[in-house]
Design a protein around this ligand. Structure first.
Ligand code: ASP
Length: 341
């Protein structure tokens, strides 16, 4: 009887599976079916590995909410047949896709580990091999036949992160991701060290798929010189339902009354406004400074210590479920999948 974990490796696109066009030097996706040939090491792993490629393969800049839905449905169809999943995805929007999955695939009792690489798998100095092999090892970790990791995670450059806590912070370094407000879940050194007390508990309720997203959301970064005019432009966007404001520090905006009135008008027209800090770490505490008190009074939703990526995905996930402002606010401020402290 086969007792090794069954792992499904899904290639969606991105640098990890690309090769260089000899003439132009441009990168293009390559047939992942030949993966085993390129990486004979895979045969020595203690798991039963199956490979699937999504079609068409995409650079992650082209991956968006429609792909997320298709992908979540695909994963949900495969869910019962495997003990763990490894997803190969371009690093550029990996934090967005993986955050979305953490809201769309709820009550997991198996690992779903995203990884990618900065250099193509065929490159001499590639980071792809280590990222891929360790991700499969992490997805295969079990104790008495039960997976140790039961959540959406990203593995990159020796570290495992909670996916919806990450952001891509470097375009060049192998260490491309960072989790500003939550510690790493595991580290790969000579041994794989898993910090079990940081993992989400295994769900005892059945896995649930939430496939519907509403993408009528915008993001606006507050900057010195922003005016009421800029805010009012948003009221011209058809069907806009929510704006994520990337504010200063602990959630602060300019105190200019015309700016604040424009924001209030937008909220009165039914647009939900969510406050996320543009700082790389820390959290929004509205009312801490005078400059955020007005936002609190207007009913702006607090994004607490969430990343912009998680806030965007959470908003798209919650909009179809809650159309009333106070219900949306309550649901948003509640921790769903470990995305906020
Ligand atoms: N542009 C690529 C992508 O995100 C970069 C990468 O794979 O890391 O698809």
């Amino acid at each position: 009887m086969n007792t090794v974990p069954k792992i499904l490796l899904i290639y969606t696109g991105g640098t990890i599976g690309m090769v260089k066009d000899k003439k132009s030097g441009a990168l293009y996706p390559w047939d992942f079916e030949v993966l085993q040939e390129r990486l004979p090491e895979l045969q020595s792993l203690q798991c039963d590995l199956k490979v699937a490629s999504l079609s068409p393969l995409k650079d992650s800049s082209d991956i968006g909410p429609l792909d997320w839905t298709q992908f979540a449905v695909f994963l949900s169809d495969q869910y019962a047949h495997y003990d763990g999943f490894v997803v190969l995805h371009g690093s550029d929007t990996m934090s967005y896709t993986a955050s979305a999955m953490s809201f769309m695939l709820q009550r997991l009792s198996k690992p779903v580990i995203f990884t990618g690489s900065q250099l193509p798998i065929g490159d001499m100095r590639t980071d792809a091999k280590e990222n891929l092999i360790t991700s499969i090892e992490l997805a295969s970790l079990q104790e008495e036949g039960i997976p140790i990791i039961n959540e959406l995670a990203i593995y990159f450059e020796y570290k495992l992160y909670r996916a919806n806590r990450t952001t891509k912070m470097n375009a060049d370094n192998f260490e491309a991701f960072w989790s500003p407000n939550y510690p790493i879940l595991a580290e790969a050194g000579v041994r794989l060290q898993v910090f079990k007390d940081r993992l989400l508990p295994r769900s005892h309720f059945p896995f649930e798929l939430f496939r519907t997203l509403d993408q009528n959301v915008s993001i606006l970064k507050i900057y010195p010189g922003i005016t009421a005019q800029h805010i009012l432009t948003f009221s011209k966007i058809n069907h806009l339902k929510a704006i994520i404001l990337e504010t200063y520090g602990a959630g602060n905006v300019p105190s200019d009354s015309s700016f604040l009135n424009a924001l209030e008008k937008l909220i009165a027209s039914g647009v939900f406004v969510i406050n996320i800090t543009q700082c790389m770490g820390g959290e929004v505490t509205m009312g801490h400074y005078k400059s955020s008190e007005a936002l609190l009074e207007m009913g702006v939703v607090s994004g607490k210590d969430m990343t912009t990526e998680a806030a965007l995905a959470k908003t798209m996930h919650l909009l179809p479920l809650f159309s009333e402002g106070s219900e949306f606010k309550k649901a948003f401020e509640n921790n769903l999948s470990g995305e906020q402290s």
